[in-house]
Design a protein around this ligand. Structure first.
Ligand SMILES: Cc1ncc(COP(=O)(O)O)c(C=O)c1O
Length: 436
């Protein structure tokens, strides 16, 4: 059972093309930069989403900022999930909105339609739903609620490129959908995002606002490239078998200096009252070329993720202690990871490492509880629990079926050993009584 060279918890989709495109751009490509490739990429995205508009932006979060700003009046409330990256909430604030946290549903980790309905007031400007982990967030149901109240719905699809709900791509169910093209996502172009919408007025506002954005994106893309390169090297089949035993040792022996290097922390902005200049940058043509090439493989990759999601579901569905995402056979779940909720997740992770597996803990927090957003505090018990219980099981396409099977075996072994332990603890007191 013990295997000290499992496949890593995560690998990127970067390839030689992603690196050469970047260096070509740095070494002069930007001097002859034309918008043609961006237009081609946006055209392909419009076709894919049957959407009137698709516009590439420097990051998904900036697309969220644009969408909120275009749709609400300053000071209006925006209902959203607290279980997301802090910068999404910052963008709502920078765009003039007041965040109102709705709790999430335990099994999907997405905003609860019922909670949203109860929070709508005369001052609600928009509802922002997040399709987390590639799991569709009841967008049709929430859209109906929004329509009744005459409120626009915005979809944060950062983690959900390729997800469909009732046959419709997420991102096209509400007024505006925003996808992330960051390097850990399904369609990576180092950094970036794309906004899709049918509404001409929203698109005009976005175009007008983004025209003033002139911060060079290169330093920020370079930072992504450096961390991508590190990630690609560490997780490569050559180095990972050497590195995994170190990771395993440091996790089992609590070597914080090493553990902290592998912990993912979502980036967020400095405290500010309006959008900091560092965000005012633009999308580049070399990224669009990477996007065009990534588009060719995105659907095959998604199929693989769905296959692995189903395997985890079948292998784990009878373990009562676990909360799994619902199983859907209609592409409404495409599993950017397999989100598994387990009481005492650290104990399960340690057990998995002891048995030579590599998995990660969920890294999002419940922002409704954080001092940073104290002013907007609302009790969201489900989001709090999800933040404590979530583990990511790997689903990326170059992961192997055998590794998925091994993860399932080890998780089952953990719960069997827990059950045996409890059983023996039950027996012990009786023995003591009999002996006395
Ligand atoms: C749910 C969610 N929303 C928004 C974002 C922001 O995406 P970007 O980094 O492209 O701005 C992320 C990034 O991880 C995310 O996970």
């Amino acid at each position: 059972m013990l295997n000290l060279s499992p496949r890593p918890r995560n690998r990127l989709y970067t390839d030689l093309n992603s690196y050469t495109q970047f260096f070509g751009y740095v070494l002069g490509g930007r001097l002859i930069d034309s918008k043609k490739d961006i237009e081609r990429f946006e055209h392909e995205l419009r076709l894919r989403f049957s959407s009137r508009h698709a516009i590439c932006v420097s990051q998904c979060r900036i697309g969220i900022y644009f969408a909120v700003k275009a749709l609400i009046k300053p000071g209006q409330e925006v209902i959203l999930s607290p279980y997301t990256i802090a910068d999404v909430i910052n963008m709502v604030i920078f765009a003039g909105g007041r965040p109102v946290f709705a709790d999430v549903d335990r099994s999907t980790c997405n905003i609860s339609a019922m909670d949203v309905e109860g929070l709508i007031t005369a001052n609600t400007g928009a509802v922002l739903i997040t399709h987390l982990h590639g799991v569709a967030a009841e967008a049709h149901r929430i859209k109906e609620i929004c329509d009744r109240a005459n409120i626009p719905m915005i979809e944060d699809c950062a983690q959900s490129f390729g997800v469909k709900e009732q046959g419709k791509p997420v991102g096209t169910i509400g007024e505006v959908g925003i996808f992330s093209l960051e390097m850990h996502k399904n369609l990576p172009t180092w950094r970036g995002g794309v906004v899709v919408t049918q509404r001409d007025d929203v698109m005009e506002k976005i175009q007008a606002e983004s025209q003033n954005f002139s911060t060079s994106p290169l330093p920020l893309i370079f930072t992504k490239l450096k961390s991508g390169l590190k990630h690609d090297l560490v997780t490569s089949p050559i180095f990972f078998p050497l590195i995994y035993p170190i990771l395993r040792f440091s996790l089992l022996k609590n070597v914080e200096a090493i553990n902290k290097t592998t912990r993912r922390k979502p980036q967020e902005s400095e405290a500010a009252s309006e959008l900091p200049d560092v965000y005012k940058s633009y999308y580049t043509s070399f990224q669009a070329r990477i996007g065009l090439s990534q588009l060719k493989q995105v659907d095959t990759n998604i199929e693989k993720r769905i296959e692995y999601g189903r395997m985890y579901h079948e292998g784990l569905k009878d373990i009562d202690e676990l909360i799994l995402p619902p199983l859907q056979a209609d592409k409404s779940i495409t599993y950017l990871w397999y989100p598994l909720q387990c009481p005492d997740r650290e104990a399960l992770r340690t057990f998995m490492f002891k048995h030579g597996r590599d998995v990660a803990l969920g890294h999002f927090i419940n922002n409704a509880d954080t001092p940073k957003f104290e002013e907007f505090y609302r009790d969201c018990p489900n989001a709090r629990q999800v933040a404590q219980d979530l583990l990511y099981l790997p689903t990326y396409p170059s992961y192997s079926r055998r590794d998925v099977e091994k993860n399932i075996e080890v998780i089952r072994l953990y719960f069997n050993s827990q059950a045996k332990k409890m059983e023996s603890e039950k027996i012990k007191p009786e023995k003591v009584l009999l002996n006395s």
